[in-house]
Design a protein around this ligand. Structure first.
Ligand SMILES: Cc1cc2nc3c(=O)[nH]c(=O)nc-3n(C[C@H](O)[C@H](O)[C@H](O)COP(=O)(O)OP(=O)(O)OC[C@H]3O[C@@H](n4cnc5c(N)ncnc54)[C@H](O)[C@@H]3O)c2cc1C
Ligand code: FES
Length: 294
């Protein structure tokens, strides 16, 4: 294992990023449905926690086409394993613009510049709900990325988990190989896989019953409308939940205030340092302006 793989940990359990941007090398790039799985070897970085993210940029060609993309882009880590030569990091990308397009086109050996791991990770289930007997993971589209690492961690600790994943249609789906061995249920709006409809339909059924509030904990990531539906449903059922939110991020480490979002009861948080994982009870709404893929 690389000497630095354990990394430094902050008071709230987050793994701290080494100072500055560093170079990693792409070791694999493979299509997965409509998404791309990009894996890089980070020789000097620590092992991240599920829910944390990295600011990524290609070493060459970034900003080449008319200056865009100029800034690095934020990506949740979907898998991470420490080995002799460093930490293997896997990201799931959906090609929606110049940054994701550049990254999805990287080949083995290409340089990937990264800063991270950044942000607040998911909390252990019993920190979210002391009576938690099982976790329900709810992902929408590319929002499955941080849940893949969370699922793996929970399974490794022997904590019961069920995953519910929803997709718009076949072209906007992928990454299912990261959920191998999981108790997995699917939903799709076009009916190509699993339940025809929303993933929140599956969650609503799962939360029916008197003991849901006492024994369940929900972790969710996905487009704002889906997260808002999860937030409202969990509030209605009294179920504890953490949501991994998205907002436009220019720096990723608290300097630009571009990711500010309102807190329930007043005030603001910077999603890159106070999130991206937030307690569902801390916000009035998950409808973050400027977030989500169109
Ligand atoms: C913490 C965090 C984790 C993330 N994790 C992932 C991940 O794991 N995988 C992933 O694929 N993405 C992830 N994202 C989202 C990703 O960072 C953004 O989508 C990023 O902006 C993509 O960069 P881009 O240059 O490809 O597209 P951009 O040009 O930034 O466009 C992003 C989206 O905005 C739309 N858009 C752009 N300009 C306009 C406009 N003028 N009007 C209307 N719509 C517009 C585009 O169509 C697209 O849907 C994450 C974001 C955050 C904050
Ligand atoms: S992205 Fe700059 S402060 Fe959050």
């Amino acid at each position: 294992m690389a000497a630095s793989a354990q990394g430094e940990t902050g008071a709230d359990g987050r793994v701290l990023a080494p100072l500055g941007r560093r170079r990693s090398a792409v070791v694999a790039n493979s299509p997965s449905g409509g998404y791309t799985l990009l894996t890089a070897l980070d020789p000097d970085g620590p092992l991240p926690k599920a829910g944390q993210f990295y600011m990524l940029a290609a070493e060459h060609g970034w900003g080449g086409g008319g200056g865009r993309p100029f800034l690095p882009r934020a990506f949740s880590v979907a898998d991470a394993t420490a080995g002799e030569t460093g930490v293997r990091l896997t990201f799931v990308l959906e090609d929606v613009g110049p940054g994701t397009h550049e990254l999805a086109g990287l080949a083995e050996g290409d340089g990937l510049l990264l800063t991270g791991p950044l942000g607040r990770p998911f909390s252990p289930p019993r920190d979210v709900n002391p009576g938690a007997a099982g976790a329900i993971l709810v992902g929408g589209g590319i929002g499955l990325a941080p849940l893949a690492l969370l699922r793996r961690d929970l399974a490794a600790r022997g904590f019961p988990e069920r995953s519910l994943l929803g997709f718009r249609d076949e072209a906007h789906s992928g990454g299912l190989e990261l959920f191998r061995c999981s108790e997995l249920r699917l939903a799709s709006e076009d009916g190509h896989a699993g339940h025809r409809g929303y993933v929140t339909d599956l969650l609503a059924v799962m939360l029916e019953g008197d003991d849901a509030a006492a024994t369940a904990v929900v972790y969710a990531c996905g487009p704002p409308a889906m997260l808002e539906a999860v937030r409202a449903l969990c509030e209605e059922c009294g179920v504890a939940a953490e949501l991994a939110l998205e907002s436009p991020m220019a720096c990723g480490y608290g300097a630009c205030f571009g990711c500010a979002m309102p807190l329930r009861g007043g005030g603001y948080m910077r999603l890159c340092v106070d999130g991206p994982v937030v307690d569902a009870g801390a916000i009035e709404t998950a409808l973050v302006e400027g977030a989500g893929h169109r």
